[in-house]
Design a protein around this ligand. Sequence first.
Ligand code: N7H
Length: 521
Amino acid sequence: MKATQRRSSSSRLRTFGQSEPQIALDSLQGNIVPGFSKDHQWFLYYGLVDPQAGRRSLSELAHHVSSAAEVLAFNRLYRALRRRRGSEPGGLAATWVNLAFSFPGLTALLPANQLVGFRDEAFKIGLPTRSALIGDPPTTKEWVIGGPGNIPDLVVIVAADREEDASDTAREVDGLLAGWKQLHVDRGRVRPDLSGHEHFGFKDGISQPGMRGLASSQARDYITPRVLASSDQDAQLYAAPGQPLVWPGQFIFGYPTQDTVDPMAAGPVADQVPYWGRNGSYMVVRRLRQDVSAFNSFVKDLSGKCGLPADLVGAKLVGRWQSGAPVMRATSHDIPQLGSDRVAANDFAFAAAGMKHRYRRGIKVGDFPLSLADLNGNVCPHAAHIRKVNARDEGTDLGGLAKSMSMRILRRGVPFGPPFDPADQNSANVERGLIFVSYQTSIEEQFEQLTIDWVNSAILPKGGGFDPVIGQNGAGARGRTFEIVPGTSISITTEWVRSTGGGYFFAPPIDALSTTLGPTA
Ligand code: N7H
């Protein structure tokens, strides 16, 4: 379905003009915005066995669900303390709970007339059936959760700073959920040896879209902190360099979407859910198993073949060095201080050369080499992971910057399993990976379009082969190609990221748990 069909023209934005809407943070779940960012994130999956008891327990659980208002207040306090002390503020802790339903779950809970507003076909059809379309091998029967006959009705996320808090709260949630049967638990855990890095070793969670929207009726009480000084030429379009401001309807229902032609303009209100779904969001979960040993061997072999150092090969596959430094700014060797600089690490483009910015008072940004225009993919290969999934300023087959902005997703993933230890022979046999989570208002036009049209394509958006980290070739032997140097195609025959479960869910507004989804509806 096309964007123009998805959002009715009758709801075209008139009243908001160009001013940003206030987001109803009390009814929005906090992992959508601003995101939990906790070291321990457990995913508890449930099937509904007794709808009446199940509904009653949902209204009990509603009191435990953490709102965006609470999480934002906590995160702001955390940042303020870190600024004042100059180090991570130990001792400040919180435990959060969020939840989401699959379409079969909502169908079991609600009469059909409460579901007619859901228009996203991918959500209704579900991940196991869409799995082939997004390139997975036909192994859904082996999925630990979310495969045929194994589809959860509900997923609860428990997020905490300490493992014992996650465990206690998970037990408490489980005790409350009468009428629901626990099917599976995944214990997500930020790497204890390399916090913020995923299992291949690369720093993650650097680049997110800057959602437009206010936390209160106060002008400039922006949910996404603004880093650029208002005198900077990019201040109207970017929260921080490399972080464009996207209208909130791309992530939360009930708000104006991003216009797909004008990067500054709002589009129609995202309203393709039932009335009670406003302030909700679709949540994609992919349980992605990572084979670190296979990835490392590939990097080593390719380094031998192309003559580039192994760490540069890795950087060119991802688009960033393991430190997080973008290859566009650290072109021949890693600059770890750049990777640690929250603002500078995301300040680059692909089509235009980078430039100096003006920052708000109190924002300190390091002085590192600026990126140069890289239209041919000589510095950052066109198919490098971060270039496939975010074209930044470069036009694509689907449109310009505004169209790419409309395809952005809020990523909230967390690793699972212990870190890989090359010195331990058994380490390769232990399961590890990423619980990939994204929030968006269209699974079809955001998560799936990114995956099908670009990640899994050898030629789009700009050629250069498949995304070497997550790209899949659904057909037959599943081999892929990748150009580390433009015009020289190498073949990839091994797979180091494989799906082992997940689902398409809807994260409702918190108040719907005691009204529409509550005991008496
Ligand atoms: Fe990716 N990796 O370690 O290579 N990802 N990702 N991802 N990813 C990103 O910029 C990784 C996956 C996106 O705005 C970084 O925050 C791994 C899926 C997007 O510049 C790293 C897996 C999808 C971005 C990784 C995995 C995406 C992004 C750099 C699976 C959805 C932002 C850190 C095991 C289609 C790009 C950062 C931007 C960044 C890795 C999965 C999407 C290091 C290992 C399934 C949109």
